[in-house]
Design a protein around this ligand. Structure first.
Ligand SMILES: C[S@@+](CC[C@H](N)C(=O)[O-])C[C@H]1O[C@@H](n2cnc3c(N)ncnc32)[C@H](O)[C@@H]1O
Length: 406
């Protein structure tokens, strides 16, 4: 398992592979009994990467190769955060892994990891610097949260990036048998239609394969329901792939009415189609399109703009993003979000609903974006907006619902 973890983390850290995609494709290479611990170490290391790296780097006086950095970091994670594996076993495993290549490196690894266990790692006194290091986030993000929300909220957001969140399953009400319904209803219910998923492997679960359930965060579920999609309505989903919210809307509509689901790339539009087929839904047309360029008819009851965003609300589930955060991403995303909202609004009929949503915690992409839109569009009014704060049960999201008055 240690060698598997080392390779897995090298793939994500050094070769930019997405963490959830890697686990989905490779976790089954491990024996069933090791999978839960391997996932814990994999995600835990990525969530705490900067902190763990800093904890061993204090003792390294020479340059360390990328692969050895990963080994030291995931061993440090186990030493500092896990009590399941004894310290001597973590250090011996790391030493054994490098011994195959060089005995000199083995003694170096041994010396560094022993120091990590012996010498306490002090945090900086400055509260922003300390929080950033403790939660493995860049200082600019913590500063931005403090300026936009408050220090208390910045702390809550940052700490939430270290949470291990439950997996949730939404029941597909249009495709159940008595037996499947009975099994799903025996799970812990979160709200109508949404349950805590109790198994370890979704891909092999017949309930998933036969389209009885979908896996998604309660925040995504809430966004899909926020516009109240109803039977026989006409709905436009402008940024739809891979389609989690499209599917929930289609199910709420009882597989009646129609959803036009667009996404930029052909391969992503096909993901929507695949999920629609898995769930036995037929009220969706998936199409590859640049939604900033479409010329929609103004007859949609509901338009969902679930725009591309910086994703600061979903760092707990996608911890590899913590290694690649860049404030400049916003510069491209904010104008794109505004264009998508503008296009989406053109499709809403009089009296219809326009939902704008993100999975980020950044007022420039959320409240400010909606405020700017409403200022330029007196024909729309804000019905409601809310930010779902990440809290150990779910990710962080923002959603706003607007109504076209004329
Ligand atoms: C937040 S994700 C959507 C998630 C999706 N609504 C769901 O629930 O599964 C944003 C999506 O916007 C798409 N996108 C980015 N630019 C776009 C554009 N100009 N036109 C259409 N889709 C775009 C991305 O490919 C990505 O799939």
């Amino acid at each position: 398992m240690r060698e598997w973890l080392w390779n897995a983390l090298c793939e994500v850290v050094l070769h930019q592979t997405y963490s959830n995609l890697y686990l989905k494709n490779h976790l089954q290479e491990l024996p069933e009994k090791d999978r839960a611990l391997a996932s814990r170490i994999f995600y835990g290391t990525l969530q705490n990467y900067v902190y763990c790296k800093a904890a061993w780097q204090r003792f390294a006086k020479t340059k360390v190769s990328g692969k050895l950095q990963v080994l030291l970091t995931f061993s440090t994670y186990q030493l500092l955060f896990l009590d399941k594996v004894p310290e001597y076993a973590v250090i011996n495993d790391a030493v054994d892994l490098v011994k195959k290549n060089s005995s000199k490196q083995a003694s170096f690894i041994n010396a560094i990891l022993r120091k990590v266990t012996r010498e306490y790692f002090d945090l900086p006194e400055d509260e922003i610097k300390a929080l950033a290091l403790e939660t493995s986030l860049p200082e600019w993000l913590v500063k931005m949260w403090k300026a936009q929300y408050s220090m208390e909220e910045a702390k809550a957001f940052a700490e939430a990036t270290l949470d291990t969140l439950p997996v949730y399953a939404a029941i597909n009400p249009t495709n159940q048998t008595a037996a499947s319904r009975k099994e799903i209803e025996s799970w812990q219910k979160v709200q109508d239609g949404l349950y805590v998923y109790p198994k370890t492997s979704v891909a092999n679960d017949p309930l998933y394969r036969e389209g009885r359930i979908s896996i998604l965060d309660p925040g995504s579920y809430a966004i899909a329901l926020y516009g109240n999609p109803s039977e026989n309505e006409k709905v436009l989903d402008l940024c739809a792939a891979p389609g989690s919210k499209t599917m929930i809307m289609a199910e709420q509509m009882n597989n009646l009415g129609h959803i036009d689901a667009y996404d930029l790339h052909e391969h992503r539009a096909r993901l929507i189609e695949q999920d629609m087929n898995r769930l036995h839904l037929s009220n969706i047309s998936a199409k590859a399109a640049d939604s900033t360029m479409i010329e929609p008819t103004k007859d949609y009851d509901l338009v969902l703009c679930d725009v591309p965003c910086t994703g600061y609300g979903v760092l707990a589930r996608k911890p590899d993003m913590k290694l690649r955060l860049n404030p400049e991403d916003m510069d491209q995303l904010i104008p794109l979000q505004a264009k998508l909202l503008e296009k989406g609004s053109e499709a809403v009929k009089t009296g219809g609903r326009l939902v704008y949503s993100t999975c980020t915690l950044n007022k420039k992409e959320n409240e400010k974006q909606v405020e700017k839109f409403l200022k330029n569009h007196p024909d729309f009014e804000l019905d409601e907006q809310q930010t779902l704060y990440p809290d150990g049960n779910h990710d962080g999201f923002y959603m706003a619902r607007m109504i076209r008055k004329k």
